[in-house]
Each structure stands twice: as structure tokens, then as C-alpha cells.
Design a binder for this molecule. Structure first.
Ligand SMILES: [Zn+2]
Ligand SMILES: [Zn+2]
Length: 94
């Protein structure tokens, strides 16, 4: 099929379409998505004692005793703690 020749090499620079990551909810550039782009916790933020029964969430003076919350994967007690794993961002298209 003849196609009149492409505009020599200099393609208009592609518009970067940022995607939203389904896991970390950040926008990212798919062409620079790599296995260390996305930081996340592979497990959930739970509300119970740490498995080893030794580490307890440090309750604040006003926290009820059931306020023990942490990530099941790494034990981080801050819901905003940086992810303990990295991987590719996950798009909504996949
Ligand atoms: Zn974690
Ligand atoms: Zn992500």
C-alpha cells in the first residue's frame, strides 16, 4: 500500500498522555514507567496487634486501645508511610 511517505523522521513530538495509577493514585508517564516507579504496600492497613505480639502500636494518650493500626506487610504504623515495595505503575487500561 502506498502511503505517500511519512513526514521525514521528525514526527511531531508525541503528547505525553499521563496515566493514573490504579494502585498509588499518582499520575505517571507510561514511557518512563519502570519497576521502581510505583511505591505501594502489598498488604492492607489493618487494625490489630502486630503478629509477633512484641511490637504494639504506640497509643497516644487519647487513643482507644483498639487503635492499633499498621500495614500488614511491613508493620508501618503510619497510613501515609511510603510503600515498602516498588513495581510498575498499574493503569486502568490493564
Ligand atoms: Zn508495607
Ligand atoms: Zn503507582
Amino acid at each position: 500500500m502506498e502511503n505517500g511517505g511519512k513526514a521525514n523522521g521528525g514526527e511531531e513530538k508525541e503528547k505525553v498522555v499521563e496515566k493514573l495509577c490504579r494502585r498509588c493514585k499518582e499520575t505517571f508517564n507510561p514511557s518512563s514507567n519502570n519497576t521502581s516507579s510505583c511505591r505501594f504496600h502489598p498488604s492492607f492497613f489493618v487494625s490489630r496487634r502486630h503478629d509477633d505480639q512484641k511490637r504494639y502500636y504506640e497509643l497516644g494518650p487519647d487513643d482507644p486501645p483498639y487503635a492499633a493500626k499498621f500495614y500488614d506487610c511491613c508493620g508501618a504504623e503510619d497510613p501515609n508511610a511510603l510503600g515498602c515495595r516498588t513495581d510498575l505503575h498499574v493503569t486502568y487500561d490493564e
